[in-house]
Design a protein around this ligand. Sequence first.
Ligand code: CTP
Ligand code: ZN
Length: 153
Amino acid sequence: MSDRQLRVSKIENGTVVDHVTAGQALNVLAVLGIDGAGGETVSVGMNVPSERLGRKDVVKVEDRELSQDEVEVLSLIAPEATINIVRDFEVVDKQSVERPDRVIGVLECPTPDCITNADEPVETRFSVLDDGVRCAYCETIVREDIAAHLAVE
Ligand code: CTP
Ligand code: ZN
């Protein structure tokens, strides 16, 4: 599609999370803590055609930049995502997300008898695999729907 046929308008200032794995846009919003109640201006494209990915989601958040922690969690649900910082309508910075080796304190282990779910002062710790994440304590592997295991902040 050419610029004349953009599905979602360009933004003046803010962040465009592009090349999001198709179907993950709502999870991206969840990671960013956006549910609409905060008044942010947000545009979302879902399953839009992409040369690189076939189909992709796009999330544009106006007047907001993302923290490194947020980008780290995004890499788990949208490994191909590109984070574009827009100022005065121009992309001034473009960053690919990088998958960290491990994530600490951002996911909850789904195994009820994992030590991280006991009443102990233990932070969750997951190693990041090619196709999921593994709890460092009980070795449970989460492959599907990682966003459902995000620790609530
Ligand atoms: N974008 C936007 N508002 C702007 C500028 C860019 O919403 N003022 C969006 C574009 O629609 C695109 C993303 O930000 O989804 C990246 O823009 P750009 O770097 O111009 O596009 P490409 O060159 O196609 O990016 P890439 O090479 O990463 O695919
Ligand atoms: Zn565990």
